[in-house]
Design a protein around this ligand. Structure first.
Ligand code: PRP
Length: 209
């Protein structure tokens, strides 16, 4: 049996994803993310984990250097990828929303929208029939309206704490997000039994609504 390479997202999704794997009976070390190591072999499971930035997980899977990966639906919506999305893991629930300073109107002409998700934000405003200027940022998006860089932000809301602590409010909810199991199409052909087993084991422990 060949080794299955799994791209895991570092950061907030990681703990939920690792917990789900453990629940599905995989013996993965609890301190997987604690070290600075980026490649961890778990020979007992015939698996190799690579720890990637969440936005990059789909790239590793699409390129075939990882057979499977765990990626947020936000990442999948933002960048079209040639991968199979095989299972909604129903972990790391959050949503994408439009937020800004309370009591403010968007500028009539070319309002500015700051976001880590330029494609999602563009199509959202296109559907609304509004012409906006998208400003791409890489993090701390909530700063933008506070310092006058943008009229609104399009960003992830999880607990709502970041918005609240920065005096921002949510205006519209765009889409609900959970993490997904994604698979490289060629890997799915070559390692179908191994991958099916993993998908089934994970599916059996996914929390039903
Ligand atoms: C995300 C998101 C919000 C925050 C929402 O940022 O962009 O800023 O989490 O979470 P909350 O509703 O629970 O407060 P993240 O911490 O991933 O870092 P970033 O600012 O680098 O994007």
């Amino acid at each position: 049996m060949s080794v299955l390479t799994v791209a895991m997202p570092k950061g907030r999704i990681f703990q939920d994803a690792a917990a789900l794997m453990v629940k599905a009976g995989y013996q993965i070390p609890p301190d997987l993310e604690d070290s600075r190591k980026l490649i961890i072999d778990v020979s007992a499971e015939n698996m190799r984990f690579i720890l990637a930035k969440p936005m990059d997980v789909a790239t590793y899977v699409e390129q075939g250097v990882a057979d499977i990966g765990i990626a947020g639906k936000d990442v999948m919506l933002e960048e079209e990828r040639d991968v199979y999305e095989v299972l909604d893991l129903k972990i790391s629930e959050c949503y994408l929303a439009v937020a800004g300073l309370p009591g403010t109107e968007m500028k009539d002409v070319a309002p500015k929208i700051a976001t880590k998700y330029p494609n999602i934000a563009s199509s959202y405003y296109r559907e609304q029939g509004e012409q906006v200027e998208i400003i791409k940022l890489n993090g701390s998006i909530e700063l933008a309206p506070l310092i006058g860089l943008s009229d609104r932000i399009v960003d992830i809301v999880s607990t709502g704490r970041t918005l609240k602590e920065n005096g921002l409010v949510e205006f519209e909810r765009i889409v609900d997000i959970t993490s997904r199991l994604i698979v490289n199409p060629v890997s799915y052909r070559l390692k179908d039994q191994q991958i099916d087993l993993l998908v089934n084991r994970l599916a059996s422990v996914v929390e039903e609504d």
